[in-house]
Design a protein around this ligand. Structure first.
Ligand code: GUN
Length: 291
């Protein structure tokens, strides 16, 4: 079998188009422009790339975008004061603090200082609790993007066996909640899971979110299963020449694609969907703020 490639890049473009349509209507009919504030502390190169990309796409769909770049040595008090100001600013509908933060800052404290209604990442403890109890919440962008691709490919996910590899607060845990909400039978596997290969082989849906390059080989995949690869790992690529690198996911693409029914590529799979969902969450936050 050769897997169908789930084109996240194309799907994300359609989501952004819909978001742009909503933004245009909010402006024309209500005189409101949704706005997203992104806070970056320090100079982590990968975070700088993500933040730039988020800002560019926010503007492209017609929303207001603010980037707050703070030095790595910013104090917790100064960061909390900025969040307070953004919480109080009616023009700001969404707030995102790029993670990871420098070590001297308490991530939980900072994230929980964001007004839950503006927490477009869905990381605030209130949103985590709302999602866990099946109530209306802000849903974390990466798992939401994965769910949208799965629903688009399968229609109903009801009764499917899903294995999520990885138990992070950003991806693994909320992904499991969303799959459970769609009536999958869900297993969360992680670095201490015994006989991971056997666990993964049961799955109709595999979501790999461990951050280990090409960790899942094709012989772990049940024939016909759907594989969602959340990993974005940069590895040396000697075949491309001196100092060159390439991006790979958490699954070994070629061997998995030979067995799976459908698979997301890296790049061009989950990544573009994450930003599209961030924009969608910002419009949702704006609509909820304005009744
Ligand atoms: N760092 C890596 N992924 C994310 C994300 O989805 N949101 C934020 N705020 N930081 C991240």
């Amino acid at each position: 079998m050769t897997a169908t490639v789930i084109d996240g890049k194309a799907f994300a473009a359609t989501v952004r188009e819909k978001v742009a349509g909503h933004v245009a209507r909010l402006k024309e009919e209500h005189g409101i422009t949704p706005g997203l504030a992104v806070v970056l502390v320090g100079e982590d190169p990968a975070s700088q790339v993500y933040v730039r990309s988020k800002g560019k796409m926010t503007v492209e769909v017609g929303m207001n975008s603010w980037e707050h770049k703070l030095p790595a040595e910013t104090s917790e008090a100064d960061l909390l004061a900025l969040i307070e100001r953004l919480n109080a600013d009616e023009a700001v509908h969404g707030i995102l603090v790029q993670l990871p933060l420098p070590k001297h800052l308490d991530e939980d404290l900072v994230i929980n200082a964001i007004a839950p209604a503006k927490d477009v990442d869905g990381f605030h403890i209130s949103n985590v609790g709302l999602l866990g109890t099946g109530q209306k919440s802000m849903v974390p962008c990466t798992p939401l993007g994965c769910l949208m691709m799965l629903r688009d490919h399968h229609g109903s996910l009801s009764g499917m066996d899903a294995v999520v590899i990885g138990r992070s607060n950003i991806v693994g845990k909320p992904m499991a909640q969303l799959l459970l909400g769609d009536s999958c039978t869900v297993t969360i596997a992680h670095s201490r899971t015994k006989d991971l290969a056997q666990v993964v082989r049961r799955a109709d849906i595999v979501v790999a979110a461990v951050g280990r390059p090409e960790m899942v080989p094709g012989d772990w995949i049940k024939p016909g299963a759907t594989v969602i690869d959340v990993g974005i790992n940069r590895i040396d690529a000697p075949e491309k020449g001196e100092g060159k690198s390439r991006l790979v996911g958490d699954v070994a693409y070629d061997s998995c694609a030979a067995v799976a029914g459908a698979i997301t590529p890296v790049p061009g799979g989950v990544g573009p969907m994450t930003i599209a969902c961030l924009l969608a969450n910002t419009v949702t936050a704006c609509c909820r703020a304005n009744g």
